[in-house]
Write a protein of this length. Structure first.
Length: 226
């Protein structure tokens, strides 16, 4: 799963029906359910039927992350039952990060989205990710969607108020390609911008894990019940 992206300005990824992709952020938001462009093998965004092909967000190039398993495309279908719960909107969610394992230049964290609204809602897929530096400065940022532990692109999770979904993030701290091998490989991010699946508005989570090498590439599994 590859395809290098160009570095772009403010990280706001589209969160629409996409498969495994490594996507750079652009300065604006677009409909998360926008069309994807298929690419051949060589980071924003969301998620429904399966397909092994990798795709890119419109107007964003892609790149593959090493060691990841391509995830099937997954886009959130509309509720099939009349009166069923709507998808979780950004305004109903709160994000948080917790550090995971680390080994041989690899780092992991768990990204959690909690339903802090007053209604039942659903989450399905990946959404978008992007890194921002101190004071809103530009930081290289790419997202690569990888399959979950069961090899799929995820399934719909219904959240009661107070319940949460989580995704695993993986990145490297080893300089890659033209990155310097002494000092920091990239600028240090201060914030992780998160667009929930099939949304266009973002929420911000404090990033305290240092630089992300390989030009800001972060692998993400689909959201699943926490």
């Amino acid at each position: 799963m590859t395809n290098l992206t160009k570095r772009l300005a403010l990280p706001v990824l589209l969160a629409g029906g996409l498969a495994l992709s490594a996507c750079s952020f652009t300065g604006g938001t677009e409909d998360a359910a926008g069309p994807a462009t298929t690419t051949t093998p060589s980071a924003t965004t969301s998620s429904a039927t399966t397909s092994p092909a990798s795709t890119t967000v419109p107007a964003a190039a892609t790149s593959a992350a090493s060691g990841g398993t391509p995830a099937p495309e997954s886009a959130d279908p509309e509720p099939t039952t009349a009166g069923g719960p709507d998808r979780c909107h950004t305004s109903e969610l709160t994000g948080s990060l917790s550090q995971g394992d680390s080994a041989a230049g690899n780092r992991y964290a768990t990204l959690t989205l909690t339903n802090t609204g007053g209604e039942v809602c659903t989450v399905y897929g990946y959404g978008g990710l992007g890194l921002v530096g101190q004071g809103g400065s530009v930081v290289p940022s790419r997202q690569s969607r990888v399959a979950g532990p069961d090899g799929s692109g995820g399934s719909r999770t219904t959240l009661q108020p107070g319940q949460a979904v989580a995704a695993t993030l993986h990145w490297t701290v080893v300089a890659t390609g033209p990155e310097p091998t002494t000092g920091d490989c990239e600028a240090t991010p201060a914030v992780l911008t998160v667009i929930p699946p099939n949304e266009t508005d973002s929420l911000s989570v404090t990033w305290t894990y240092g630089p992300v090498c390989d030009m800001g590439l972060i692998e993400q599994t689909p959201y699943a019940a926490a």
